[in-house]
Design a protein around this ligand. Structure first.
Ligand SMILES: [Zn+2]
Length: 843
């Protein structure tokens, strides 16, 4: 873990309302930038569907050039995508991408919000999206965020008028924003929200258009732009030593799990937004034109504005703390204004500025990264004023748990340090992403506390409030309690201070397939989060399954250590699918959570607690052959899954492919997108085809169409054309059109039952045209579309079989879908009815 601040020191912008653990280090020009922002009272909200949809150039421009409060509302957390940097998928990927968005906002100066919508995977049309999402709930979240953030302008990334031309989530985000723009000011819409929030009417709604919505740069050049605003988002900020588009590149490069690291761009660049609602500004380069964004916007604000504008005008770069008295005066006046909304926002900004100009360092840190409920933590308090400002520390308070009265004059650079004891309550909640604490649906997260809706992350377990007297005026400054430590090879590091259960447990395999009646060993790993724990562990399982012992003892000496306890599980005679989960009994409590830690350089380490469980599947499956060769593509868990049903899977190095190496295997499987990512394969096609000719089965899983090297046109021994056809509805009806083909009859009889319980989708990038030697086996389609027959194609070639399939086995097998296993076993076994059980293997 490198200090995740290090990579963007130098252009780190002013931070507030972020739970980042790392203290900000502000230069005099950073402070000046913050004062300029302090004097701008206007807000802009950017709305799209996923992490990475947001236009960081525009967000940074609004935040740093216009100086507006700027936020990105991403309807989802990006759970449905792929991960290029680690194993996190689904909800865990959502946690990682949430943090990547926060990292991007730390760079471009925006804030980040989310709705409760789940990124459930690719969706062709907003009709499908809004059905799975529960449209009303997501719309209510968008309305809520408008009422909470009170934007003057809203900018949509996508066009609400073009359903079906892009991901259904994209169009949905624009459609919901278009509707919410009016609903937010209607007291009859979502009236429950009005217990805590007020109605709000934004002034203008825009669509952030670009040439790619027009098909080409030429078409966009020629388009009528009378309804558009434009600005140069390549502007250079001498105060920050960086240009807007450089900040934007750095911000979007935080989306590392999506491979968004990119080169910096520089120079003039025009950005366009099209007006959808509200009046057209007279100044077509200014989104806020005609909207009062000065201090006179708020009642009693003028006097504050006079002081602060004076500071901005005569800012003392050499000694910013010279402004302390005026800033405290402005803070004092601000406390008296009736408008609670701006009071809160500007008070936080002012406190950050007052802290920064005084070089005031306030920290509450624990030497431990975590604690358990009912324990005691030593919190180290560090306070130092590095200016001649008159500052007194009156007390440090942590909730109602710590209240340490002091009366210390903080003289210039005289560090104060002391410890307080924090007794952690027994009933405190554990640290974990709030949206994962209750089971959700396919399309929506369950969040019971409406105050949390929209928040990017769970608030820190504890805040320390430093009650100060600055220039004679009481000011309270809030800091999260953090864990600070150092590593010899890294230097200083920060980590959230987490509350975790005494022990957590996890299964090594999340899906276990029992392909015969034999029992299997089930290792459970128990992790201690306190020294000296001792207890028992039990397994919960369904009727028909048998466990060797109801309960087993464990004992762990040191906090952080793990112990593995092995159960033996015997499946029932007949087919069955169910879940097992562990129960740890310790200190008279029953615990059943699994801890997943997500740690990368560019984000704060995340602790995620999930219900600990594993899926167990009793499958009556027949197969022929034992040794499978696997050519790895972009990476999938198919080999591990095939091992679960008794195959021995051997990874084949693409460089080593020749007639001899291939002959050892009964079947060769090519991993997903192999022809897209393994350049060596283009020289190896003839060996693979010869292998089939001599009697082997070659199975290709999906490759993406369109990113082709010419030589890959012979991906099959007969003409085969890949397309972008896909079937995204995992429950769509499947018709077996090759009913009599061996592939659906041997050794397992495949029926419609086998297409039940599939996850996320049926498949993708199906071939759309093929030679008559191919037999299409299945037909399927999404609602309202024509039948697609290219999901599973087989052609005899010589003595063997060539199979191409876009079915999503890489998702279905790791999810333990029985029908997918049977169909895969048939692909490996087809044409081998005369082969005896084992294929010999050497070496
Ligand atoms: Zn997207």
């Amino acid at each position: 873990m490198r200090n995740y601040l290090a990579s963007f020191i130098g252009i780190l912008l002013f931070i507030h309302t972020s739970y980042s653990q790392v203290p900000t280090k502000n230069s005099s020009s950073d402070i000046y930038h913050a004062i300029q922002k302090l004097n701008f009272l206007g807000s802009a909200l950017y709305i799209a569907a996923h992490p990475d949809d947001e236009n960081t150039r525009l967000i940074s421009y609004l935040s740093n050039e216009v100086k507006a409060r700027t936020a990105y509302l991403s309807l989802t957390r990006g759970d449905g995508g792929q991960n290029l940097i680690g194993p996190e998928l689904r909800e865990l990927l959502g946690v990682l991408r949430t943090q990547e968005l926060l990292a991007a906002r730390r760079v471009d100066g925006g804030q980040q919000f989310f709705s409760r919508a789940v990124d459930f995977g690719y969706s062709k049309h907003p009709n499908e999206t809004l059905k799975i999402w529960n449209k009303d709930s997501v719309l209510s979240d968008v309305v809520r965020m408008i009422r909470k953030f009170k934007p003057d302008v809203i900018i949509n990334r996508f066009d609400h008028r073009s359903p079906g031309t892009t991901h259904g989530h994209h169009t949905s985000s624009a459609m919901l924003s278009f509707e919410a723009f009016d609903l937010a000011s209607d007291p009859t819409s979502y009236p429950n929200q009005l217990n805590d929030l007020k109605i709000w009417q934004p002034k203008r709604l825009f669509f952030n258009t670009s040439w790619w919505f027009y098909g080409s740069e030429e078409k966009f050049k020629a388009a009528d732009k009378s309804n558009m605003l434009s600005f140069d988002i390549g502007v250079y900020y001498p105060m920050l030593g960086v240009s807007n588009n450089e900040i934007a590149s750095l911000a979007s490069s935080q989306h590392r799990c999506q491979g968004f690291g990119r080169l910096m761009t520089r120079g003039t660049q025009n950005e366009y937004i099209e007006l959808l609602k509200g009046n057209m500004p007279a100044d077509k380069n200014n989104v806020f034109d005609g909207i009062d964004t000065t201090w006179s916007r708020v009642e009693g604000g003028e006097a504050i504005g006079t002081i602060l504008n004076e500071i901005e005008k005569n800012y003392n770069f050499k000694n910013p703390s010279a402004h302390i008295k005026e800033l405290v005066k402005a803070y004092q006046l601000l406390q008296e204004i009736p408008d609670t909304y701006w009071k809160e926002i500007k008070s936080e900004e002012l406190k950050d500025i007052i802290t920064a100009i005084s070089g005031l360092y306030l920290e509450a840190s624990s030497k431990d990264a975590m604690a358990i409920p009912g324990s005691t933590a030593q919190i180290n308090i560090e306070v130092v004023n590095r200016s001649s400002s008159d500052i007194k520390l009156k007390s440090v308070v942590i909730g109602d748990l710590v209240s340490e009265d002091k009366d210390i004059n903080l003289t210039d650079n005289d560090k104060q340090e002391f410890k307080v004891q924090l007794n952690i309550p027994d009933d405190i909640s554990y640290t974990s992403p709030y949206w994962l604490s209750k089971k959700g649906t396919l399309g929506m997260y369950t969040v019971e506390d409406p105050d949390l809706i929209g928040n990017p992350e769970t608030p820190p377990a504890f805040h320390a409030v430093f009650n100060l007297e600055i220039e004679g005026y009481p000011i309270a400054i809030d800091k999260p309690v953090i864990h600070r430590y150092s590593k010899p090879d890294h230097g200083e590091l920060y980590h959230p201070f987490d509350i975790l259960p005494v022990a957590t447990a996890s299964f090594q395999d999340k899906v276990m397939i029992f392909a015969d009646g034999k029992s299997k060993k089930v290792p459970v790993s128990i992790k201690a989060h306190r020294d000296n724990i001792k207890g028992e562990i039990e397994l919960c399982y369904s009727k028909g399954w048998i466990v060797d012992k109801e309960s087993k003892p464990f004992e762990i000496k040191n906090k952080g250590d793990e112990q593995i306890v092995v159960f033996e599980l015997t499946p029932p005679e007949s087919e069955d699918e169910s879940y097992i989960s562990p129960i740890i009994k310790v200190d008279g409590k029953e615990l059943s959570k699994e801890l997943v830690t997500i740690a990368y350089d560019h984000i704060p380490t995340q602790s995620v607690l999930l219900p600990s469980e594993a899926k167990v599947v009793r499958l009556n499956i027949q197969k022929v052959g034992e040794h499978i060769g696997y050519i790895v593509g972009a990476g999938d868990d198919v080999p591990k899954s095939l091992e679960q049903i008794g195959y021995q899977v051997h990874t084949i190095d693409p460089n080593s492919i020749n007639a001899e190496t291939l002959s050892k295997y009964g079947a060769i499987v090519v991993g997903i997108r192999a022809y897209n990512v393994v350049p060596e394969l283009k020289f190896k096609q003839k060996y693979l085809f010869d292998y089939v000719k001599k009697g082997g089965n070659l199975i290709l899983q999906y490759n993406t169409a369109g990113r082709w090297d010419k030589q890959y046109e012979d991906i099959a021994p007969f003409p085969l054309k890949l397309s972008r056809e896909r079937v995204t509805d995992e429950e769509s009806e499947v018709e077996i059109i090759g009913k009599d083909h061996e592939l659906v009859n041997y050794p397992n009889k495949i029926t419609n039952e086998d297409f039940k319980g599939w996850v996320q989708e049926r498949g993708l990038y199906f071939p759309s045209e093929w030679d008559s030697k191919f037999t299409p086996i299945l037909s399927m389609h999404d609602e309202g579309e024509t039948a697609k027959e290219g999901s599973l194609l087989i052609a005899p070639y010589g003595k063997g079989n060539y199979i191409y399939t876009g079915l999503s086995f890489f998702r279905e097998l790791p999810a333990g879908v029985p029908g997918a296993y049977k169909l895969f076993a048939n692909m490996l076994s087809v044409g081998k009815s005369d082969v005896k059980q084992k294929t010999p293997i050497k070496g």
